[in-house]
Design a protein around this ligand. Structure first.
Ligand SMILES: Cc1cc2nc3c(=O)[nH]c(=O)nc-3n(C[C@H](O)[C@H](O)[C@H](O)COP(=O)(O)OP(=O)(O)OC[C@H]3O[C@@H](n4cnc5c(N)ncnc54)[C@H](O)[C@@H]3O)c2cc1C
Length: 737
């Protein structure tokens, strides 16, 4: 009797459509954002791509052709995204997701173009986050593109924190920029002298204003602050020499020198006079903390865009690799599949694609979290005012109490009605979301750019020699180098790891994290193919390891989890990023599965797309689990000293005469005992007796469970690889090479 062949699951037909991405990345209901994506894409794949193709990146000088891109940004509405409608902006409300989408579209083609656009927002961000209402009104209006009938050029800005070595770099407290009072007439505003030298300052070639970090050099000014300087201010506004950079050449970067007089009203956020001393409302650290918290997310988006943008050019290259050869006739495997007939070529592309998906999901999740957080922050200001809590200490106390309450509620069993407070109470919602954003932002910046740069190399390698030429379609070689800048600016990896090592131990975050473990198991029950079960086990292992390290000491008795011990805290921060990214990826695919079915334009290819993206989740969770197992094992065991043969008492060893004595009442004991020291002192040839690991038994059980959880992940990779070998792609890339 003939057996029916199993029904093949539907598989991917085309690259994911815009409609699918809108659902996955959470803007299917935002028509304004969908239009913004289209207009940004037209600039990216039009003027930006043409400029790169025509060699615009071959010089680091700021050229008229590069300057023309700024006008293209204005025309497409990109410049106006940052502002409110009354300031000349496009739409009201939070802008984090909108800016992330702009960054994604521009970086799909060129990271420098994306940076030129974003650096303008970075310059305005101190004013937006901490400026006085008047400063906000004034500078946003100046920077907004002209309205129809208005004859003016929009002001461009630069953000100046980094200084020439040995001053500000990663350590933002080592500030050399100076601020002094040079004139202070009774009853009038003080006039200040600003001295600041910048290093690697983006947009400096054409900036009309600069937000700069400076420190007091005058006993009549308290501490540090950020100030706004303008090109027309009296004194020196020297843009300096352009940086001879090998990356992001479509943005302008240089080392400026400022020595200018400004009114005290240019201190970002304003100031008070207390006992004859000018006290800025915010010090420079408070301003940059509020700024980078949001702007680093968009940097993480940029590297994700690069990875996803490499998929189509790589497929086209692999397919056409042997076409034209006599032996590769149409219809032959060599002609039709080219390099895609080789498993490794496909598997590596699966890895690049899966990383791109996970990093995009993570960065867009972070952007959405900040969109949610922005109005809550405003509501919190009102709440503080209502309750008369004005000082920092009072606020901290209130937040600490709310945090304790939130953790308590999150620990209640599912279904307990008291849990509803977590969503209905403003304070509780705020502390939860704030602690989450504190992790998502550095994780997106760290993992997307750092691991993204590694995977971008992998994408380049798939194009062979072509990958490292200027002719490479999709500009992949440029994107590889550019990714390293994204890993560096706005604080390199060490800064993100340092931040994560603190925020990931926040009990409110950890309570949410434990909820994620349960969430992943529930998802796994319904969608086992996502790899969510393995992820839950990997999450459990990470959580166990953090707890272990927080309460353990090394072989010399020193505490393991402490800020100076970057060898412990940093790898654990890296490990967390893998987990967070894989979770975001799974959640996005589930959203697509659920809501895609409601969109008729998606209906036809949806099952195949979801199956493929689910396999990518499985591939990614398995890779993430491997990373967790590797990192955690090294940390748990690496700080114990290995037992030695000659240490007193020879830990964990049997002595032959002991064994002989036991053999009398436990026959066969001799055969079971390892690590036996003979009566002449000789022992097996190895580093020492094997480690017994009594304290780490739960870890070992988790480790073997996690290994088994990887079951099926390579089958998922095989399926994804096969799908890629069959996917239809357009004849040519939609932007020039
Ligand atoms: C093209 C470009 C554009 C830029 N645009 C701007 C801009 O517009 N505005 C602006 O203000 N800045 C800008 N920067 C500066 C950028 O933000 C800094 O280069 C970056 O923050 C790193 O500082 P640094 O170069 O001094 O590195 P360093 O501080 O010297 O760091 C070197 C290495 O040491 C590590 N390290 C340093 N300190 C620690 C530590 N405490 N613990 C562990 N490891 C550590 C770092 O991770 C890094 O790997 C730009 C840079 C470039 C290249």
């Amino acid at each position: 009797m003939a057996t029916a062949s199993p029904v093949q699951p539907e598989t991917l037909r085309t690259l994911p459509s815009d409609a699918a991405r809108q659902i996955e990345w959470g803007f299917a209901d935002r028509y304004d954002l969908q239009l913004l994506v289209q207009s940004t894409r037209a600039v990216a794949r039009g003027p930006v791509a043409r400029l790169v193709a025509n060699g615009g990146r071959n010089t680091h000088e700021w050229t008229p052709e590069k300057a023309a891109l700024l006008e293209a940004f204005d025309g497409a509405g990109i410049t106006a995204v940052f502002m409110e409608p009354e300031e000349g902006g496009l739409f009201a409300g939070p802008k984090n997701l909108a800016l992330a989408l702009v960054a994604f579209e521009l970086a799909w083609v060129d990271g420098g173009a994306a940076t030129a656009s974003l650096a303008g927002c970075l310059a305005l961000a101190p004013i937006h986050e901490r400026g006085t209402a008047e400063q906000q009104r004034h500078y946003m209006k100046l920077a907004a593109p002209p309205q129809p009938g208005e004859d003016r050029k929009p002001w461009r800005g630069a953000f100046c924190l980094t200084e020439p070595i040995p001053y500000v770099g990663v350590d933002t407290g080592m500030l050399n920029g100076k601020l002094r009072i040079v004139e202070w007439k009774p009853g009038e505003e003080p006039i200040l002298q600003v001295e600041k030298r910048g290093r690697f300052i983006t947009n400096i070639g054409y900036a009309n204003f600069v937000t700069a970090a400076v420190d007091s050099d005058d006993e009549r000014i308290k501490g540090s602050c950020m100030v706004i300087v303008e090109e027309g201010d009296p004194g020196i506004f020297d843009r300096g020499t352009p940086t001879r950079k090998m990356v992001h050449q479509l943005s302008s970067t240089g080392d400026p020198i400022f020595n200018l007089r400004i009114p005290a009203g240019r201190i970002v956020g304003g100031y008070e006079i207390k006992d004859g001393v000018l006290v800025p409302r915010y010090n420079h650290s408070e301003v940059i903390e509020a700024v980078f918290r949001r702007t680093r997310v968009t940097v993480g988006v940029m590297t994700a865009a690069k990875l996803l943008s490499s998929v189509e050019p790589v497929i086209r290259y692999q397919r056409g690799r042997f076409r034209g050869a006599e032996t590769a006739t149409p219809g032959s495997v060599r002609y039709e599949l080219g390099l895609q007939a080789r498993e490794d070529a496909l598997h590596r592309l699966v890895d690049v694609w899966a990383t791109g998906e996970a990093s995009a999901s993570l960065a867009f999740a972070a952007a959405r979290a900040f969109d949610e957080l922005d109005p809550l922050e405003k509501d919190m200001e009102k709440l503080y005012a209502e309750r008369g809590v004005m000082g920092g200490k009072g606020r901290l106390k209130m937040l600490r109490e709310a945090a304790d309450k939130a953790v308590e509620l999150m620990q209640l069993p599912a279904g307990d009605a008291r849990k509803q407070q977590l969503n209905s109470d403003l304070l509780l919602r705020f502390v939860q979301l704030d602690s989450l954003a504190d992790v998502l932002c550095p994780a997106a910046k760290l993992w997307n750019t750092g691991w993204g740069a590694q995977m971008m190399r992998e994408a380049v390698s798939l194009m062979g020699g072509y990958g490292i030429t200027e002719d490479c379609p999709g500009f992949l070689g440029n994107k590889w180098m550019d990714a390293q800048l994204e890993a560096t600016y706005e604080g390199p990896e060490a800064v993100q790891r340092r931040q994560l090592s603190v925020t990931m131990t926040n009990p409110v975050f950890l309570a949410q994290f434990r909820g994620w473990i349960r969430e992943m198991r529930t998802i796994a029950a319904e969608h086992p193919g996502t790899g969510a079960c393995a992820l839950a086990t990997a999450m459990t292992m990470w959580h166990w390891t953090l707890n272990y390290l927080q309460h353990s000491k090394d072989a010399d008795g020193s505490k393991l989890y402490q800020s100076a011990r970057q060898g412990v805290t940093f790898p654990l921060a890296d490990a967390l990023c893998w987990l967070v990214a894989a979770r975001c990826q799974i959640l996005d695919v589930l959203r697509l599965r659920k809501h895609g079915a409601e969109d008729p334009s998606l209906a036809e290819g949806l099952p195949g797309l979801v199956n493929f993206l689910t396999d990518l989740c499985h591939v990614q969770t398995s890779r993430a689990s491997g990373e967790i197992a590797r990192i955690c094992a090294e940390l748990v065991f690496g700080y114990d000293r290995h037992p030695a043969w000659d240490e007193p008492g020879a830990r964990g060893c049997w002595h032959q005469d002991e064994l002989d004595a036991i053999e009398g009442f436990i026959p066969g004991m001799n055969a079971y005992a390892l690590d036996v020291i003979q009566s002449d002192g000789s022992h097996p040839q190895k580093a020492g007796p094997c480690v017994k690991c009594h304290g780490a038994q739960p870890f070992l059980s988790l480790h073997s469970k996690l290994d088994a959880c990887l079951t099926g992940s390579r089958l998922a990779k095989d399926r994804a690889a096969e799908a890629i070998s069959k996917i239809m792609i357009p004849e040519a890339l939609d932007y020039p090479a």
